[in-house]
Design a protein around this ligand. Structure first.
Ligand SMILES: C[S@@+](CC[C@H](N)C(=O)[O-])C[C@H]1O[C@@H](n2cnc3c(N)ncnc32)[C@H](O)[C@@H]1O
Length: 364
């Protein structure tokens, strides 16, 4: 049950999310503000900005990241914090009042529902025949109502928009057969296919069905170029939620994966990359380079490819990072006896064990 009090205890699975948000914003803010005079940060389910024992909530985390960023941010950053509960919004305003917000940051605390406010913002931009500023939207509800897929789709039709959605699997799964809920599920998924989920008896298969349906809706119906999903697993091995990240930017995928690989070091929770539920992988402190090697070999064996193609494969189709494959995999394959890869052309100084961009390899 969602808490009824204005502030509540910070759960470990929430602090995991905050770590990821913080790390990702550290990367997003300087990149986006370098090339754009104005960017927008939306926290659609903002909360009070503080937990019961004083920890920061997501709006304060975002604001502080921007205020204290080492790269001085000169562009205008507009923060839209939307919160439906008046008492929580009041506490959030008090929290913000304690910060020294620079004059190029504009903070708006909006009382009401995420879907209503975001619709107004998008309608306004449309009426003005303008483009929405590059936007990062954090959609972090307690449950699953009032997060219509149609709105996420509309948001993502704008260039340079990114979204991080907490997909509350536990709650979603629990009410699948509830007679009062069909309209909410139709809205959440943007289609009626979820109805098949309640007849999937095996819990893992059902989880995969529900996850894959939402992933497919983002990829196909909303045409989001890159969608990645991450599963938050609690110490009892239960799925607390999935995080779905959607972007049109390849570099953003790299940054989000960096945030994920760094986030899971406390041991109080585990994150898994679940973009492909058949090949999901727990983030640990050390990547499993043997697994990465076998994924690269099965994809490219017998073909000649550039290392840039291999990098795109690693970043987009595996849970691993662009920093994981050259020294730890390709170099060992080149020096293996017999060699497991052959250099066709190497750019740069042609030093063994190096794989500059443009280098062509054959996976043997
Ligand atoms: C999970 S909490 C948000 C926590 C916050 N994002 C954080 O990480 O610190 C969800 C918040 O959304 C608010 N809320 C519930 N329904 C809402 C809606 N339709 N629109 C906006 N806020 C809503 C709740 O009052 C609650 O404060």
């Amino acid at each position: 049950m969602p808490p009824r009090t204005t502030c509540w205890d910070l759960e470990p699975h929430t602090s995991a999310k905050h770590l990821i948000l913080r790390r990702y914003l550290q990367a997003w803010l300087p990149i986006m503000t370098r090339w754009n005079g104005r960017v927008l940060y939306i926290d659609g389910f903002a909360g009070p900005g503080i937990y019961r024992t004083g920890e920061e909530g997501s709006p304060i985390i975002a604001l502080k990241e921007a205020i204290h960023h080492t790269a001085q941010i000169r562009s205008q950053v507009v923060f839209l914090f939307i919160e439906a509960d008046p008492a929580r919004l009041e506490v959030l305003k008090q929290q913000i009042a304690t910060l020294q917000v620079p004059s190029n940051f504009k903070v708006q605390c909006l009382l009401g529902r995420f879907d209503e406010h975001l619709t107004q913002v998008l309608d306004f931009v449309k009426e003005q025949k303008r483009n929405l500023a590059p936007t990062f939207a954090f959609v972090d509800p307690f449950g699953f109502s009032h997060t219509p897929f149609s709105l996420i789709k509309r948001l993502m039709q704008n260039d340079k928009c990114e979204v991080l959605i907490t997909f509350m699997y536990e709650a979603i799964n629990r009410f699948l057969s509830h007679p009062d809920q069909p309209a909410n599920y139709d809205s959440l998924f943007g289609c009626q296919d979820w109805r098949e989920a309640s007849s999937v008896e095996d819990p893992q298969a059902r989880k995969k069905f529900v996850h894959d349906l939402y992933l497919r809706q983002l990829q196909v119906s909303a045409a989001v170029t890159y969608v990645r999903s991450f599963e938050m697993i609690d110490p009892g091995n239960r799925t607390e939620y999935f995080l779905f990240f959607g972007t049109k930017s390849y570099d953003a995928v790299k940054k989000m994966k960096e945030a994920m690989w760094k986030a899971d070091e406390s041991g109080r929770f585990q994150f898994a990359d679940t973009t492909d539920m058949n090949q999901s992988l727990l983030f640990g402190t050390t990547p499993d380079f043997n697994d990465l090697k076998s994924r690269i070999v099965s994809k490219f064996r017998g073909s000649q490819v550039t290392v840039d193609d291999v990098e795109r494969f690693v970043v987009i189709e595996t849970p691993y990072r662009e920093t994981h494959f050259k020294q730890q995999v390709l170099k060992l394959m080149e020096s293996a006896t017999p060699p497991e890869l052959r250099i066709i052309t190497r750019t740069g100084q042609n030093r063994r064990g190096t794989f500059p961009s443009g280098t062509v390899i054959e996976v043997l």
